[in-house]
Design a protein around this ligand. Structure first.
Ligand SMILES: Cc1cc2nc3c(=O)[nH]c(=O)nc-3n(C[C@H](O)[C@H](O)[C@H](O)COP(=O)(O)OP(=O)(O)OC[C@H]3O[C@@H](n4cnc5c(N)ncnc54)[C@H](O)[C@@H]3O)c2cc1C
Length: 319
């Protein structure tokens, strides 16, 4: 049986969606779920997390952990590990998660598995799932040792739904003599699009031809479906759209309910970013394009005939 420890992250005063996804992963392991909430003045959020998948929550309520500080967070996580004796520690694969997790693993002399999209219990052993060789293969990794630390991809599983009868206890940690000091947060300029949150993505590739066609053909279908526009890398490299639109191994990994690929060949670096989408429609005039191998519905046709017609059909259907 054993325990699983979730490290929950606070962002702008709220527990991140990715932390509720960790609760979802943890609930599949048949272990007692414990959580660590780090922040300052976040007791209400800790209560909410305990009631929604977090189980028994340890709260470190201290200014030292209010913003990401690798030294302070490592200390707090180690203290939570000492208090809960988990055999699995789950951390989100966020920028702070991928920084702190290997450090925690090294400090605990624990196995470390990064960027997993799944975890399961196989005959009592915890097995992590992660993509390897640029998405060509899925690896099943069963770590050895008393404790394993893993980072889990945000968006790879739905957030925990339902309620749990958790509780919150304070955990006292000394932050004397920290070697790292938080200075300030500088927010990046607001981006036009967050593809990781979109339920529908209509992506265009080199086959769209030029930047104007993205606005005239691809964006209207995305708008009609209430979704977002995405792109393959050559589109971004050519400066037709900013980088936040790029889907793939060097762009965003997305998991929308519906992904429509228009004029995209389906190179492995693109597929790795979208093949976990719930339903994939591919429109390509080359019937041998590899994109059709991952498509649930393939249309071998000129996108300039199909996409505007589809846009009109969606508008008509919506009235
Ligand atoms: C290290 C590395 C990282 C990479 N990261 C990424 C990444 O994150 N994302 C990414 O996308 N790529 C990435 N790439 C690039 C990748 O290998 C491909 O080159 C790229 O995905 C191809 O983009 P595309 O499908 O738009 O273009 P192409 O491969 O040129 O395909 C265009 C397609 O459009 C079709 N087409 C043309 N005209 C029409 C029409 N009128 N109607 C219908 N279909 C039409 C053609 O049949 C063709 O299949 C990366 C490569 C490397 C080496």
């Amino acid at each position: 049986m054993g325990n699983v420890l979730i490290v929950a992250e606070i962002q702008k005063g709220k527990i991140r969606e990715a932390s509720y996804e960790l609760a979802s992963f943890a609930s599949k392991l048949g272990k007692d779920v414990k959580s660590l909430v780090l922040g300052s003045g976040v007791a209400a959020e800790a209560d909410a997390f305990a009631a929604k998948g977090g189980g028994e929550v340890l709260l470190v309520d201290d200014e030292a952990v209010a913003n990401y500080n690798v030294d302070a967070w490592t200390r707090a996580i180690r203290a939570a590990v000492d208090a809960t004796s988990p055999d699995v520690v789950l951390i989100s694969n966020t920028p702070s998660g991928w920084d702190v997790a290997p450090r925690v693993a090294a400090a605990l002399d624990a196995a470390f598995v990064s960027d997993c999209f799944g975890v399961e219990s196989d005959g009592g052993n915890t097995v992590f799932l992660r993509r390897v060789f640029n998405g060509k293969l899925d690896a099943r990794i069963a770590p050895s040792g008393d404790v394993a630390v893993a980072t889990m991809q945000p968006g790879a599983t739905p957030a925990f739904e339902g309620s749990t009868s958790g509780k919150v206890d304070k955990l006292d940690v000394s932050f004397d003599g920290l070697k790292a000091k938080f200075v300030e947060v500088r927010e990046a300029e607001a981006k036009g699009v967050d593809l990781t949150k979109a339920e529908v993505i209509v992506s265009g590739g080199r086959g769209v031809g030029d930047p104007e066609k993205f606005q005239e053909v691809i964006q209207p279908l995305a708008d009609a479906l209430g979704g977002a526009m995405g792109a393959s890398r050559p589109v971004v490299d050519a400066g037709w759209l900013p980088h936040e639109y790029q889907v793939g191994s060097s762009g965003q990994v997305v998991t929308p309910k519906l992904y429509i690929a228009c004029g995209i060949s389906g190179a492995i670096q693109h597929l790795v970013g979208m093949k976990a989408s719930n339903f994939i429609i591919a429109i390509n005039k080359d019937g041998d394009a590899p994109i059709f191998e991952v498509a649930d519905l393939g249309v071998t046709a000129d996108l300039f005939e199909v996409v505007p017609a589809l846009t009109e059909a969606v508008k008509t259907a919506k009235g």
